[in-house]
Design a protein. Structure first.
Length: 332
């Protein structure tokens, strides 16, 4: 049985990893170290790393056996170039950019990037018409956008991408399923609610990047005006920690083993709250979770094949840093 919505309300205590003897979360945040990984273009696996996350910009890097993709380009061209360089690759190696929607925190660096490197980009037709004017455009003409259709997959090198509809107050919002070999990765950000379409797309993914935007208490007591609070909490707004955590239980039951909590609000959330809510909700259903959080430590760490603790877990939880590289995941 899935937890009722009210069951996701967390206790105001320091969470633990769910195994007796494990250190508290605050200790974990300050002491966690992971095993580094060097990307290679002929890598036989699938690797995922967030370059940025949140209202200031969103960008996810995915390497599918040497086919390198970005989902969104919501940070500056310079930040994208530096992030990819830190991963041991280059924007010149990108095969495509997949756009979820036209809001500036998802497309800020899109046109400068595709113009400079002549990279194809995939986008919904309505979103393409609503793209904001780029005041930093250079002399290069952008490649023609490649228009997507919800539910219709397309190939990019070794990867197969399938867009699915997500509810948000944009011209047309989508998430993506990326498949490569036996790996299946889902990316869903700016999701007002978990609709049947969203659930059907993400269930069965081994790795999911899922919005966990706001803590309800922080939002309600915060400084945002009432109309903005209502917009965020609406079915076409953003996904709360509580709703994301309830859906995580379904994901684990379907085979998800890694989840990245994504697009956290700087004003109305905190990584510890997002992780605490997820772990508490999962624990109520008897689901064992492991925390892997190194946002304040060395960037670009690979933890997909390493256990943080010796105890087994049903799912490993990550948080995407706001303006730094996240963990480099091995996706299966």
């Amino acid at each position: 049985m899935l937890p009722e919505e009210g069951c996701a309300r967390r206790r105001r205590v320091v969470p633990r990893t769910g195994c007796r003897g494990d250190p508290p979360l605050q200790v974990l945040l300050s002491t966690y170290q992971a095993v580094s990984l060097t990307l290679t273009t002929n890598d036989q696996g699938v690797r995922l790393c967030t370059l940025a996350s949140g209202s200031s910009g969103n960008c996810v890097y995915i390497n599918c056996r040497g086919t390198e993709l970005l989902v969104d380009a919501g940070i500056s061209l310079r930040a994208i170039e530096h992030g990819l360089q830190a991963l041991g690759t280059s924007a010149a190696n990108l095969s495509a950019v997949l756009i979820t929607h036209e809001h500036i925190d998802h497309v800020r660096g899109l046109l400068p990037l595709v113009r400079k490197y002549n990279i194809p980009f995939y986008i919904d037709r309505l979103c393409a018409c609503a793209l904001p004017e780029d005041s930093h455009a250079n002399a290069y003409e952008p490649p023609e956008p490649l228009f997507i259709e919800v539910g219709r997959g397309f190939g990019v090198g070794a990867a197969q991408a399938t867009p699915f509809r997500t509810p948000h107050d944009s011209a047309a919002n989508v998430g993506y399923i990326i498949e490569c070999g036996g790996a299946r990765v889902g990316v869903a950000t700016d999701v007002g609610s978990i609709t049947g379409q969203v659930a059907n797309a993400l269930l069965g993914c081994g790795t999911v990047v899922l919005e966990s935007n706001y803590d309800r208490d922080m939002l309600l007591t915060g400084r945002y005006p009432p109309y903005l609070k209502a917009r965020i909490m609406s079915g076409a707004g953003h996904l709360s920690n509580d709703d994301a955590s309830v859906f995580l239980c379904r994901l684990v039951s379907s085979g998800t083993r890694q989840a990245v909590l994504y697009h956290l609000s700087h004003e109305n959330n905190h990584p510890i709250l997002a992780l605490e809510t997820a772990q508490y909700t999962l624990g109520r259903q008897g689901i064992r979770s492991r925390i892997a959080f190194s946002a304040y430590g060395p960037p670009a760490q690979c933890v997909g094949q390493e256990s943080l603790f010796a105890q087994e877990a049903d799912i490993t939880l990550y948080v995407a840093p706001r303006s730094a590289l996240g963990d480099l995941l091995v996706c299966e």
